[in-house]
Design a binder for this molecule. Structure first.
Ligand SMILES: CC(=O)SCCNC(=O)CCNC(=O)[C@H](O)C(C)(C)COP(=O)(O)OP(=O)(O)OC[C@H]1O[C@@H](n2cnc3c(N)ncnc32)[C@H](O)[C@@H]1OP(=O)(O)O
Length: 472
């Protein structure tokens, strides 16, 4: 498993998961840095002081085009390759005074951000604009009015995004993973990608926390002019102003998620919320969760889902920490559709708890399960860790032969996931038409150590739950 903070992205082998802490870029930490993806060699370090020639060049390339590749100073004070995704004029600025929305090509999209010109090393600009980006923009069937708005101001995207999303059915309700995208035609998908590329809401306030968001979420248009939204931590209604939230909190009589408490152990509780009975809550949760989930986009009705909300409880109420959703009936044997731990609670073992909980529900149903694909980078890391620990713990204790089918029956983990996990650990061999598990105790110990901490345990004796049955 990767080290804290900067493991490789397990899906594309390139991106890191977490930003390093912000630090003072004038300090000693500024060191030359490797990693250049097509950048001139001198772009790796501090940009040189400005000469007449570079001033001229600057004038000729500004404002930068969308699609430009350049090096950008990040919060670690080092220069990293970025691609310009969007640009907008600065209030009260001159004709070339733009801010740029950039994607760090080494990192996950959640780290995309607006940067100022000073952060860019203009000597490293690659002037060839990415044609795909250009194509995307020109291929959109936008009205002249829409185009003008984008060309002139670059700030109208969220509203258009909402409309495009609504047209192709991405708004309000639940979404499915990209795996379901075959139902969208390629043009709609391109439109969706184009219009969700810039985060619309920068931060949210939820309970005690102010949280920076990661991705675009298709909030109704009236919310898209607000950089910050205020959520009621219990009913998840969201508001544009703090005073609205304060007024709301005086009236809101919820002190925990709506629905049934199905688990309580110490200060931890799990609530089951039926999307059909609590539609607005389900939809609010989707708006909120989409801010932290990238590849979950296709519309689906909340009625068809159950939401399992994990809370930390105290005398003020039950505060949401994370959740997972689950289809009431899944033909693909998915036992989890989306999983989220809210950022302030991440890396404390709650993700592993939620995953373990989803398998405990599957065991009670007498089924095997698997998470809906695709998994995000963090989702894959968490699942791989969970599968490794659960399977190797059994293999360590087990005497004699054991089959993948038996492992699957014991754990409710789908056979394919067991196979890929053991294969990735090189614990499986194919002999005489059969998969054979080769488990040397020393090798098992090494892998278990690498798989990290076990996380918070689910105490099954505290789970009071019967599988969902359609009523009436
Ligand atoms: C089917 C799907 O829904 S796929 C989408 C999955 N969801 C998302 O991507 C939404 C945003 N991400 C999240 O909500 C969270 O990162 C989750 C749910 C994936 C994991 O939640 P957490 O509460 O952080 O998980 P938890 O603390 O149990 O850690 C899980 C393990 O994953 C790995 N991991 C999680 N986050 C990171 C990170 N930022 N950097 C490195 N490793 C990480 C670690 O191995 C960690 O174990 P460790 O802390 O013992 O080393």
């Amino acid at each position: 498993m990767g080290s804290i903070g900067t493991p490789p992205n397990p899906e594309n082998g390139s991106a890191s998961t977490s930003p390093p802490p912000a630090s003072n870029c004038d300090g000693d930490e500024r060191k030359p840095q490797q990693a250049t993806i097509g950048m001139p060699p001198n772009a790796e370090t501090t940009p040189p002081t400005e000469t007449e020639a570079s001033k001229k060049r600057k004038a000729s390339i500004l404002p930068l085009e969308v699609g430009t590749r350049v090096m950008c100073r990040w919060r670690d004070c080092k220069y990293h390759p970025v691609k310009v995704i969007e640009r907008r004029r600065m209030h009260f600025g001159g004709p070339n005074d733009y801010e740029y929305y950039v994607h760090y090509t080494e990192f996950n999209r959640r780290l995309d951000e607006w940067v100022k010109l000073e952060q860019l090393d203009l000597n490293s600009v690659e002037t060839v604009v990415d044609e795909k980006v250009e194509d995307k923009v020109t291929s959109l069937k936008m009205t002249r009015h829409q185009k003008r708005k984008i060309d002139e101001t670059h700030v109208e995207v969220p509203l258009d995004a909402y409309e495009i999303c609504r047209n192709i059915g991405l708004v309000l309700g639940y979404w499915r993973s990209d795996a379901g995208h075959e139902e969208l035609d390629a043009a709609s998908l391109r439109e969706h990608e184009e219009f969700t590329k810039v985060k619309n809401i920068a931060t949210i306030e939820l309970g005690r926390y102010e949280i920076e968001t990661w991705y675009f979420s298709p909030f109704p248009p009236e919310y898209n002019d607000s950089l910050k939204l205020y959520f009621c931590e219990f009913c998840l209604n969201f508001m544009k102003r703090k005073e609205q939230l304060q007024r709301h909190m005086k009236k809101c009589d919820l002190k925990h998620p709506p629905g049934d408490e199905i688990y309580r152990s110490g200060t931890l509780s799990m609530f089951e919320v039926d999307g059909k009975k609590n539609k607005v809550y389900g939809q609010n949760l989707c708006y909120l969760a989409k801010l932290f989930l990238d590849h979950k986009t296709l519309y689906y009705d909340v009625d068809l889902f159950l939401f399992y909300i994990l809370c930390e409880c105290d005398d003020r109420g039950c505060h949401m920490v994370g959740y997972f959703s689950k289809e009431k009936h899944s033909e693909e044997s998915y036992n989890l559709a989306c999983i989220l731990t809210l950022p302030p609670y991440q890396r404390k073992g709650y993700g592993k708890f939620l995953i373990a909980f989803s398998y405990e529900l599957s065991k009670k149903e007498g089924k095997v399960g698997t998470p809906e694909r695709p998994l995000s980078d963090l989702g894959l890391l968490s699942y791989r860790g969970y599968w490794t620990r659960v399977l190797l713990d059994i293999l360590k204790k087990h005497k004699g032969n054991i089959s993948i089918k038996e492992l699957s029956d014991m754990t409710a983990i789908k056979a394919e996931d067991i196979l890929t996990t053991l294969q990735s650990l090189e614990l499986i061999q194919y002999r005489k038409g059969q998969h054979v598990i080769c488990a040397d105790p020393k090798v098992l110990d090494r892998h278990l150590k690498a798989a990290g901490r076990g996380g918070l345990e689910v105490d099954v004796s505290k789970l009071i739950w019967t599988p969902y049955k359609e009523q009436g």
